[in-house]
Design a binder for this molecule. Sequence first.
Ligand code: NDP
Ligand code: 8X3
Length: 250
Amino acid sequence: MKTVLITGATSGIGHATSLRLADAGRYRLILCGRRSDRLRALETELASKCPVVTCGFDMRDREAMVTALETLPDEFAAVDVLINNAGNAHGLEPIHEGSLQDWDAMLDINVKALLAITRLVSPGMVERKSGQILNIGSIAAKESYPNGAVYCGSKAAVDAITQGMRMDLHAFGIRVGAIHPGMVETEFSLVRFKGDGDRADAVYRGLQPLTADDIARTVQWVIEQPEHVVIADLVVLPTAQASATRVQRG
Ligand code: NDP
Ligand code: 8X3
């Protein structure tokens, strides 16, 4: 039974992935996020399906991250699969109007926290000469779009870091790859627009976006490839989306 750590398990893609992997019954799950009520509910819901622990910490709080990982129960301590999913966009403004606070949040969570947790988990993989790291990037990693320079930059960094990680870790038999989704209807836009539900809904109006479970299914497919296969880089779009900026509505 492999141990899988999922960041951002309280919502959207991470939540759907937790449900799918629990249903598979083949994984020990470590589920992370800040919202403790949701973590408690997840633990209660999934406990009958698989071994599960939850870790409530802010990805921006490095000390809390270290403590959470260092105090995992023994049977969860060796992480086989790290799914770096936690992340968000904050704001959608041109570069001359954007908020430095929003930029800090995106770079801290999407990039620096992904690096920090990988730094904590990967030495064990190196020691055991096995493991898998799957980063959730974005179509925004592949193409920048207007008003999204910093979010797109954070995801381009994830793309570049994924390639570098793969080069550093492949000698140890560790598989590293990324999935880059297009539009997925989750809490993503609600967070980007700071709780403005109408603005968030408008993002998906008149088209069929991906569901969180579409990406969860893809995650499961990626991590269930035979040991000699690495899915290195995968862009997954809704049919209604041809690029970061080209969507078909109505
Ligand atoms: P959601 O907003 O639904 O989920 C984001 C998750 O990240 C939540 O579980 C949240 O947990 C966690 N998270 C955010 N900030 C922190 C933090 N500071 N500390 C700990 N956990 C945090 O969004 P998605 O599911 O859509 O996003 C998941 C990933 O997919 C992100 O990396 C996003 O950039 C990427 N993505 C999303 C797309 C989309 O269209 N939705 C498309 C392409 C990529 P909590 O709030 O409890 O801490
Ligand atoms: C989230 C999708 O197109 O808003 O990464 O950047 S997009």
